[in-house]
Write a protein that binds this ligand. Structure first.
Ligand SMILES: [Fe+2]
Ligand SMILES: [Fe+2]
Length: 284
């Protein structure tokens, strides 16, 4: 099947995963003027599972608050509205897409650990570079969601891609182009668009392998591009034998960053990656 047919087929799928309604409600609410933390907390509390996960994450070392946070309203106050929305979004996306994989060679746990690690490294770099850190974390979490679409709806294509990766020792991205002349970036941005995710996140999903094409938020796309590649080269990849892509020099230039600078942070970056497993336990 080629790329055009893949998208036509996807348009015919009437069981595409949906996001919990609480995420949509939270997004709508924070777009309104004069919204209060109490109102936001009330909406989140309509979904008990999401409320519990939010409290679990807010109390994890990931946020590093010194006291225990007992209520959703306290969590909203401490996080702020945007970070609350982003955290609810990450939990929602995880819930919508974290189902067992049936495609051979695609391990769902490894997939999420790679995504979370990319989010953790993106958050670390964003802090260093004075970019919105929670947004960078969410962007890292979602960057590869197209691969889930591939494994859920196009298993034959996925298996062909994995075969080409192993046989030719090329990157997953290059193998996709060879097999169906498209990539997980197109599939992921299709879903993200259907979900009405924020435009900068759709752009990250679409362009995290080609950051030089970004127009909406090139710094965010560059951060995720670098984080994704760092995670892969530091062993947090879920397709082990795939050839690693080089970091696009555009991404370094766009962030006024040098490879040497990043290298001097490698211990701390590795530390972030090591926490991905704990975070995976908290979010699932
Ligand atoms: Fe990717
Ligand atoms: Fe990735």
């Amino acid at each position: 099947m080629n790329w055009e047919n893949l998208i036509v087929n996807l348009e015919c799928v009437d069981t595409l995963p949906t996001l919990p309604t609480v995420f949509t409600k939270v997004s709508e609410l924070i777009a309104k003027p004069n919204v209060t933390a109490k109102q936001l907390a009330e909406v989140i509390q309509t979904d008990q599972a999401i409320s519990m996960k939010l409290l679990k994450i807010v109390n994890s070392p990931f946020f590093g608050f010194s006291r225990k946070i007992m209520t959703v309203q306290d969590a909203v106050v401490l996080l702020g509205f945007n970070a609350t929305r982003n955290t609810v979004m990450s939990i929602s996306i995880f819930r919508a897409l974290n189902h067992g994989s049936t495609a051979s060679g695609f391990n769902m746990k490894d997939f999420w650990q790679h995504s979370i690690a990319t989010g953790m490294v993106a958050r670390y770099l964003a802090r260093k570079l004075h970019v919105d850190a929670e947004k960078a974390f969410s962007a890292g979490i979602v960057h590869d969601i197209g691969k889930i679409i591939l494994q859920q709806y196009f298993q034959d294509e996925l298996e062909k891609v994995l075969k080409v990766v192993h046989e030719k020792h090329i990157s997953f991205y290059d193998a996709e182009i060879e097999v169906y002349r498209g990539t997980h970036c197109d599939l992921g941005s299709y879903l993200a668009d259907k979900w009405n995710l924020p435009i900068p996140l759709i752009e990250v999903i679409d362009l995290h392998h080609t950051p030089g094409e970004a127009t909406e938020d090139p710094r965010l796309v560059s951060i995720v591009h670098i984080s994704n590649n760092l995670c892969k080269s530091l062993g947090m990849d879920f397709i082990e034998s795939a050839k690693k892509q080089e970091i696009d020099p555009y991404a370094f230039a766009r962030l006024d960053l040098t490879a040497n600078e990043v290298e001097s942070w490698l211990d701390e970056i590795q530390n972030e990656i090591n926490q991905a497993e704990d975070m995976f336990q908290n979010i699932q």
